[in-house]
Design a protein around this ligand. Structure first.
Ligand SMILES: CC(C)(COP(=O)(O)OP(=O)(O)OC[C@H]1O[C@@H](n2cnc3c(N)ncnc32)[C@H](O)[C@@H]1OP(=O)(O)O)[C@@H](O)C(=O)NCCC(=O)NCCS
Length: 165
């Protein structure tokens, strides 16, 4: 019987594993766009560590190994930006990505007061778009990253997490 995957808040000690996991997981996106300069691949270790300290970051763990991660941050318009969702290729397709997303949404709504969640993905990343739409996100626009990749912007309201005082 295998060990179970647990979701928890990331600590600074996880930064190195998150950095390496991100580099591994986003190779498939780089291949899809023929662009190995996409943001998750060129982000420095220091930038990742800084985000782990200041943002709302969760990891999925299998024993000591970090096998998934997601980060979220409140933006000035009250929406939380969620990004860098990734799951180790050998463990994809078991619901870990959806669990990480739920954990980030709950924390951003309950602890940081997010009114909406916003995320983006490359326009050809069908699997990502399916996952986000399945959990309630809708396309609100498009954007072009610094790396030149056309992105689809999706949002969903945070009202499902609203607490009644
Ligand atoms: C995007 C990503 C994080 C998704 O992680 P994941 O753990 O595979 O996500 P889930 O398992 O929750 O969902 C993926 C699929 O598995 C299916 N699934 C979920 N639980 C399942 C289960 N218990 N049994 C069978 N299938 C299951 C889902 O229905 C979904 O199917 P679909 O692709 O047909 O829609 C992962 O593919 C990844 O790291 N990709 C590379 C990096 C990337 O592109 N990140 C997103 C940037 S915007």
């Amino acid at each position: 019987m295998g060990m179970s995957v647990t979701i928890s808040v990331a600590t600074e000690q996880d930064a190195e594993q998150i950095f390496r996991l991100q580099y591994l997981c986003f190779q498939s996106e780089a291949a899809l766009y023929g662009n190995y300069r996409i943001d998750p691949l060129v982000e420095t270790f220091d930038a990742v560590r800084q985000e782990v300290v200041s943002d709302c970051v969760f990891v999925a763990r299998l024993g000591e190994e970090v096998v998934g991660s997601v980060r979220g941050r409140l933006t000035e318009d009250g929406a939380a930006h969620i990004g860098k969702l990734c799951v180790h290729p050998r463990l994809q397709g078991h619901g870990i990505g959806a669990r990480l997303l739920r954990a980030a949404e709950a924390a951003l709504a309950e602890e940081r007061g997010a009114k909406r969640f916003r995320l983006h993905t490359g326009h050809r990343s069908e699997g990502n778009l399916r996952l986000y739409r399945r959990v309630g996100y809708e396309t609100v626009g498009t954007s072009k990253g610094e790396d030149g990749v056309e992105m689809i912007v999706l949002e969903k309201p945070a009202e499902t997490y609203a607490t009644t005082a």
